[in-house]
Design a protein around this ligand. Structure first.
Ligand SMILES: [Zn+2]
Length: 512
C-alpha cells in the first residue's frame, strides 16, 4: 500500500515550504545567488527528512529563468513544465544499480536539456550502486558536461567511496524535531479536515523519528482507518508505548515489583512496540525525571543516572528487549529509594540487643555518650531544633541523591530530639541502629559540616534510652541547671569497629 499521498500532495512548492533543514536551504540559496553552483552534491541524512524534495526544489530554482532571490517564478516555461519535465531525472539506485544503467546514464548526460538550463540527475539511495557501477560513474562525476548537475541522495554515507565524496559538495540533513513535525502535521490535518487530537499528533510526531514523510504517511493511513484519530487509534495501528506506560513501569521499578515489571515490558513487546521506540520513550521520561530531581534537589531514588546510562547501552545490542530487562533488573539490585533504605537489611537480620556483644557496647564510650547527652540540653531551644530538622532532611536527601547508602541507612528512622548550639541528640527505633550510628557519629558530624554547614557533635539514643533520658530531664529541669562539659580527647579505637564489622558486615561499617 502506498501511504505517501499526503506527502506528495504537500510537497514543498519552494524553499519556504520546506520543513526543517534551514542551514541547508541557506547554503543552497547562497550558492544560487552567488552563481557558484557545484556540479555534484551529496545529500546525506535519515529517511523522510526532505533530501529528494530539496533536490527537486533546487533543480526547479536553478532552471527558472526569472528566479528572484532564489525563489522560482512559477511562470516561466521551465517552472510550468516542472512536474513533467525530462530535464529533472530521478533515478532510484536501489533498482538501477548495475554497470549497464550507469553506462546508459553516461550516454544520456551528453544530450542537452530540453527546455531548461540544466539537466539535474537526482540519484536516490546512491549507496546501493555496485562497485563496478561506481567505477563507471566516476569519470562522468569528475567532469560532467556543463549542463549537468548531479544530486546524490543517501541514508548511508559511510558506504559511499571516498573518491566520490571528495568530488561532491556534501550536505547533512538532520532529523526534523518532533515540534516542527507536530506543527506541520497539525496544519495539514486541518487543511484535509482530518479529525486528530493533539495528543495523537504528539505521539505520531515522536513515532516518526524525525521523518516528515513517515509522519504524513501515518496520518494518511490512520485517517482511512478512523473518523477520529486518538491515542487509541495509534496504539492499535502501531503498537504504541504511551507516557502512561513508561510512567507505570518506572513506578513499578521503584517499588521493586519485579514480576509486574517484566510483565509490563513483555506486554509492550508482544503488542509489537519496537524496542527502539520503547527505549527512546523511557529514556526521555527518565531524563525528565532526573532533571526534576536536580531542580527540586530531592531525589527519590539513588541510581537514576546509572539506569539511564545502562538503558542507553541497549540501543547497540542485538536482542534489545532482553537487554532492557537485564539492565533494569541489574539496577533494581542497587536501588535505594528515599523511603526505604539499606538499614532494613539490618532489621531483617534481626539483630537484637543480646547479639551485640558486651565488648562492643563497652567500646562505645559511655563517658562521651553521657557528656554529649548532657551538652545537648545546655541552652537547647525549640527554634534551633526546628531549623536543624530541616537541615537533617536536607542531609538525608543529599545522601539519597549521591547514593551514600551507608549514611542513609543510619539516618533512616532517626528523629531529631534535642538541639543545643553545640550538640544534637538523635533518637532511633532500634538499638542496633543507635550503636552503629554512634560508631561513626563523628563521621556523620563531618558530613553535617560539609553539607549543611553545621559544626556540631551528635549522639544517638535508641527509643528506650531516649525515654529514660527524657523523663530524667523533665524531672530535673526545674532544679538542676545543665552546664557544658568539655569532651576528653580519645584515641580512636579500631577494635570496636572491627567487632561491629564482624556483626553487621563491612558494607555498613566502612570507616575511613
Ligand atoms: Zn520560473
Amino acid at each position: 500500500m502506498d501511504y505517501k499521498v499526503l506527502y506528495r500532495k504537500y510537497r514543498p512548492k519552494d524553499f519556504n515550504d520546506l520543513v526543517g533543514q534551514d542551514h541547508i536551504k541557506e547554503l543552497l540559496l547562497q550558492s544560487i545567488l552567488n552563481n557558484k553552483l557545484s556540479h555534484a552534491f551529496i545529500f546525506n541524512g535519515p529517511r523522510g527528512t526532505g533530501k529528494t524534495s530539496t533536490a527537486k526544489l533546487f533543480a526547479k530554482i536553478i532552471n527558472c529563468t526569472n528566479n528572484f532571490e532564489g525563489i522560482a517564478c512559477n511562470k516561466c516555461v521551465s517552472c510550468l513544465s516542472y512536474e513533467e519535465t525530462t530535464d529533472i531525472i530521478e533515478i532510484d539506485a536501489a533498482s538501477n544499480n548495475g554497470v549497464d544503467e550507469i553506462r546508459e546514464l553516461r550516454e544520456n548526460v551528453k544530450i542537452l536539456p530540453g527546455i531548461s538550463r540544466y539537466k539535474v540527475y537526482i540519484i536516490d539511495e546512491v549507496h546501493m550502486l555496485s562497485t563496478n557501477a561506481w567505477n563507471a560513474f566516476l569519470k562522468t562525476l569528475e567532469e560532467p558536461p556543463k549542463h549537468v548537475i548531479f544530486i546524490l541522495a543517501t541514508t548511508e554515507i559511510q558506504k559511499i567511496p571516498i573518491t566520490v565524496l571528495s568530488r561532491c559538495q556534501r550536505f547533512d540533513f538532520q532529523r526534523i524535531s518532533s515540534e516542527v513535525i507536530f506543527l506541520k502535521v497539525k496544519e495539514i490535518a486541518k487543511k484535509e479536515k482530518i479529525n486528530i487530537i493533539d495528543e495523537a499528533i504528539t505521539e505520531l510526531s515522536e513515532l516518526s523519528n524525525g521523518g516528515l514523510r513517515d509522519a504524513l504517511g501515518m496520518l494518511d493511513q490512520l485517517s482511512k482507518l478512523n473518523d477520529k484519530i486518538t491515542i487509541e487509534t495509534l496504539n492499535n495501528a502501531y503498537g504504541l508505548v504511551t507516557n502512561k506506560d513508561v510512567k507505570e513501569i518506572f513506578e513499578v521499578y521503584k517499588k521493586r515489583e519485579i514480576k509486574l515489571l517484566i510483565e509490563k515490558i513483555d506486554n509492550l513487546n508482544s503488542k509489537g512496540v519496537k524496542s527502539e521506540v520503547f527505549l527512546t520513550k523511557i529514556l526521555d521520561f527518565l531524563l525528565q525525571e532526573l532533571i526534576n530531581y536536580k531542580i527540586t534537589n530531592s531525589k527519590e531514588i539513588n541510581n537514576l543516572e546509572q539506569l539511564i546510562l545502562d538503558l542507553e547501552e541497549c540501543y547497540t545490542k542485538k536482542n534489545k528487549y532482553l537487554m532492557i530487562k537485564t539492565m533494569i533488573l541489574k539496577n533494581i539490585e542497587d536501588l535505594v529509594t528515599k523511603y526505604e533504605v539499606v538499614n532494613t537489611v539490618v532489621e531483617e537480620k534481626n539483630i537484637s540487643r543480646e547479639i551485640i556483644s558486651n565488648e562492643i557496647q563497652n567500646q562505645i564510650n559511655l563517658e562521651i555518650l553521657n557528656i554529649r547527652v548532657n551538652n545537648s540540653f545546655v541552652n537547647a531551644n525549640l527554634n534551633l531544633k526546628k531549623e536543624f530538622i530541616k537541615k537533617w532532611d536536607e542531609l538525608t536527601n543529599y545522601f539519597c541523591t549521591n547514593g551514600e547508602t551507608k549514611y542513609l541507612s543510619l539516618l533512616k528512622n532517626t528523629k531529631v530530639e534535642v538541639v543545643s548550639p553545640t550538640n544534637v541528640l538523635i533518637s532511633t527505633k532500634s538499638y542496633s541502629n543507635s550503636v552503629l550510628f554512634n560508631l561513626i557519629c563523628d563521621e556523620i558530624a563531618e558530613k553535617c559540616k560539609k553539607i549543611i554547614g553545621d559544626s556540631i557533635k551528635i549522639i544517638c539514643l535508641d527509643e528506650e534510652q531516649w525515654k529514660k533520658v527524657k523523663s530524667k530531664y523533665i524531672k530535673n529541669k526545674n532544679h538542676i541547671s545543665y552546664n557544658y562539659i568539655e569532651e576528653p580527647i580519645l584515641k580512636k579505637d579500631n577494635k570496636a569497629i572491627n567487632n561491629a564489622t564482624n556483626i553487621f558486615g563491612k558494607e555498613l561499617i566502612e570507616i575511613k
